[in-house]
Ligand binder design. Structure first.
Ligand code: XMP
Length: 321
């Protein structure tokens, strides 16, 4: 448990002290060993990756699995920051076809999540074995943060590469396990990670898979990715806790170019909260909503209707499935 006297990391100087301490600690734990890390591009795994690169450089092997359910540009940003700028030892796996084939015709939300989770572990495990053949890997780094540890205590199991098979035996390296999210962000900034990565909104592990409702099709997934990118562009910089698009698996009637259209409905979801347990819906400016709507209708093929979800949580959850 985090010692009660631990000072909260609120500024660059405290973050730098933490980084110096952790670099020494990681070096003395790992020595000349090799460390594996699943790099999703989320805040926690990105900060752990940057910390480990500083401590042990190429002894860290990052694996980024693109399950085809990432937001627009997300995998590219991971590659740009970690491969090009930080010169990381990064294995990129485009497993889009594998995931989408497995998900074909699967409409039940929990089954979708299970398939995505299980396939993720399989792909990661395969890459781990390949990397292990090139030299012994004895450590697994994880972006576990303090709330994950607190929440695992009965409320919900945390899902950091949870359920890796027992025969992949690694010693864990968890350098941010006593930090809260805001502290992880301060450390990330001090490590020089871009704002867009450090201030990232929560994004479910199953990604756009839980927002392309019902059975996922490639064309509807693509429409979702494009509409979501427009929403993110338009709301960038606004103080909203989380926002995204969901697209249900039914069509609505419209009229385009003087002809009847039968196309999808994009639903805008914006929420404010402190803990994701209870949320309110922000009052977006009408002009902003109008602009987002018009852009999506004009720029994204296959969508003829846009709605704004007004439901607080409870009773509605943040995600639609
Ligand atoms: P709900 O929909 O339960 O979401 O109100 C609460 C918060 O959790 C995120 N979320 C997930 N995160 N795996 C994750 O890592 C998931 O399967 C998952 N489902 C929901 C959601 O985006 C929101 O921030």
């Amino acid at each position: 448990m985090r010692p009660e006297t631990t000072q909260r990391i609120t500024n660059h100087e405290l973050a730098n002290n933490f980084i110096d301490e952790q670099v020494k600690e990681i070096q003395s734990q790992v020595k000349d060993g090799r460390v594996l890390l699943a790099l999703s591009g989320g805040v926690d795994s990105s900060v752990v990756a940057a910390l480990l690169i500083k401590a042990i450089g190429k002894q860290l092997i990052c694996v980024h699995v693109n399950h085809g359910l990432m937001r627009k540009g997300e995998s590219e940003e991971v590659l740009k920051v970690f491969k090009d700028e930080l010169d990381a030892n990064l294995v990129y796996v485009d497993a889009t076809d594998r995931f989408l084939n497995k998900l074909e015709d699967v409409a039940e939300p929990e089954t979708k999540r299970k398939i995505i989770g299980a396939e993720f572990i399989r792909v990661f495990e395969e890459e781990a074995r390949k990397a292990n053949n090139k030299g012994e890997i004895s450590f697994l780094a994880q972006g576990t943060i303090y709330p994950d540890i607190l929440e695992s205590d009965g409320v919900k199991a945390h899902h950091n590469v949870g359920g890796l098979p027992d025969d992949l035996q690694f010693e864990l390296v968890e350098p941010v396990k006593f930090l809260y999210k805001d502290e992880v962000r301060v450390v990330g900034k001090a490590l020089g990670l871009p704002e867009s990565m450090v201030e990232r909104q929560p994004f479910p592990g199953p990604g756009l898979g839980v927002r392309c409702l019902g059975a996922i099709t490639r064309d509807r997934l693509e429409a979702l990715r494009e509409a979501d990118a427009i929403l993110r562009q338009e709301l960038d910089g606004q103080d909203i806790w989380q926002y995204f698009i969901s697209i249900p698996d039914f069509k609505a009637t419209g009229v385009k170019d003087g002809k009847r259209a039968y196309e999808w409905v994009a639903i805008i979801r914006c929420v404010n909260t402190t803990d994701a347990m209870e949320v309110t819906v922000p009052r977006l400016e009408w002009e902003k909503l109008e602009k987002i709507t018009i852009r999506i209708l004009k720029e994204v093929p296959g969508i003829c209707r846009v709605c704004y979800d007004m439901s607080p949580k409870p009773p509605a959850t943040i995600e639609w499935e």
